[in-house]
Design a protein around this ligand. Structure first.
Ligand code: HEM
Length: 179
């Protein structure tokens, strides 16, 4: 009989914290820099380039993490004592994958519709549209951003509930050490 590990595999732990940092960066950059900067600004193309690269890296790493998660042994889903809360936890994890992929897909769709790959990576070919508000995927990107921020908030609240209320040392499962 194989026993279940007490921690996630090191590659899953490393990717978790790297992705958390990259997602914070993409969301903060998107909300406070890109969204606020007019497309006429000389800095806009460079900022879009950075954001698009980070966004694509996030999608690729998220895929690597999902595949690795399915192929490695991991600790059982954390229990709270309430079936409803346990189901909410599972749904939140699935939702995080779904929303991050939807975020990348809607960002990519906006970029393709607006011809950004050529403008941003094509060495100055073409010019940016006046703004992106006419593109439906751009609107979807904004809505999903709000939903993702809310879900990340719920995820963090869940972790804090386990760590400090239930005192089950949940955080140690997502850190390096003997499994
Ligand atoms: C998957 C991770 C990503 C996250 C977390 C993210 C986050 C954001 C956020 C928060 C905004 C501002 C939305 C708003 O408040 O209305 C934004 C805007 C934008 N993002 Fe992303 N994004 C991601 C991926 C991508 C990708 C892969 C691309 C393109 C290849 C992209 C292209 C854009 C564009 C073109 C804008 C609009 C900028 C503007 O309105 O001037 N994003 N992003």
């Amino acid at each position: 009989m194989t026993t279940q590990p007490t921690r996630y595999a090191p590659v899953l732990v490393g990717l978790h914290w790297l992705l958390a940092a990259l997602l914070m960066l993409a969301m903060t950059m998107g909300t406070f820099v890109l969204k606020e900067m007019p497309n006429t600004s000389p800095d806009k193309v460079g900022s879009l380039r950075g954001h698009m690269i980070v966004g694509m890296v996030i999608a690729a790493l998220m895929l690597v993490r999902l595949v690795t998660r399915l192929r490695t042994r991991r600790p059982p889903h954390a229990a709270t004592g309430s079936t409803l809360l346990d189901q909410l936890g599972r749904a939140a994890h699935a939702g995080l994958y779904l929303l991050v992929f939807a975020m990348a897909a809607s960002g990519l769709a906006t970029a393709v519709q607006a011809g950004l790959p050529e403008i941003v990576f094509g060495g100055g070919a073409g010019s940016l549209p006046r703004d992106f508000s006419a593109y439906t995927p751009r609107l979807v990107h904004g809505w999903i951003a709000k939903a993702l921020m809310a879900l990340v908030g719920l995820h963090v609240a869940g972790v804090l509930f386990h760590q400090f209320r239930l005192k089950d040392r949940l955080l140690s499962r997502m850190w390096f050490g003997k499994r």
